[in-house]
Design a protein around this ligand. Structure first.
Ligand SMILES: [Zn+2]
Length: 225
């Protein structure tokens, strides 16, 4: 049984190669192990689950991330955000919430099965794996474990707090500001979708059909008035 999708292995493999090429926090011994792991994957075409986990840990170490002693910040309950993403995973392979602060993307998605933190919500800048900013992870209780320190962390914190409080309000605001659906990223095609902040298909996928209907009803009332 292959627990680890090939795509993830390839991502980690590439990220390690890029990491080895530049400045990183790996010591000589780590570098040897990384070189050996990469060689093995060339030779056999895949890593075992254990090797994948090891490669991922080395990548994180090379990036200077210490998995367990990072600062934690409370951003308020994230139960609503979890509900959205968990519900959507029944319909979609990679459900996510795509937002932005000052034109800088902020993307939330659940950790996959290869992660030690399977199911917890990651926050990134939406870049490709190994080449992105990882802002950290948020558990259901709203404990945000920071990734590295970035200048925009305060803004990310503000956004996470608003999102925890009301995902729908954030979706709506984002839709109004950008004209895009915060789930699939597509253009909101009509004013009903714009009123809700997401389109009817995403409403179905993310369990927001009632919110969609309510937003549309408010719009209909306005038109009738
Ligand atoms: Zn959508």
């Amino acid at each position: 049984m292959m627990d680890f999708p090939e795509r993830d292995q390839a991502d980690i493999h590439n990220a390690l190669l890029i990491l080895l090429d530049g400045e990183n926090k790996l010591n000589a011994k780590d570098r040897e192990i990384v070189a050996d792991l990469c060689h093995k994957r060339y030779k056999y075409g895949y890593w075992s689950p254990k090797q994948t986990q090891y490669a991922d840990a080395l990548f994180k170490r090379g990036m200077g991330q210490q998995p367990d002693d990072r600062p934690k910040v409370a951003v308020g309950s994230f139960a609503g955000v979890y509900k959205l993403l968990e519900g959507a995973s029944a319909h979609l392979k990679y459900p996510k919430i795509q937002l932005a602060i000052n034109n800088r993307p902020v993307v939330l998605y659940r950790s996959g099965p290869k992660s030690k933190y399977e199911g917890t919500i990651n926050v990134t800048d939406g870049g490709d794996f190994g080449n992105n900013k990882w802002y950290g992870r948020v558990d259901k209780e709203g404990n945000w474990t920071h990734g590295r320190t970035y200048p925009e962390l305060n803004e990310v914190e503000g956004l996470l707090k608003k999102l925890g409080e009301s995902p729908q309000a954030v979706a709506k605001e984002y839709g109004r500001l950008t004209g895009r659906c915060c789930f699939c990223g597509h253009k909101l095609e009509d004013e009903k979708s714009t009123a809700a902040g997401f389109g009817p298909v995403c409403a179905k996928h993310y369990g927001l059909e009632n919110e969609w209907k309510n937003a549309v009803a408010v719009l209909d009332q306005k038109e009738a008035a």
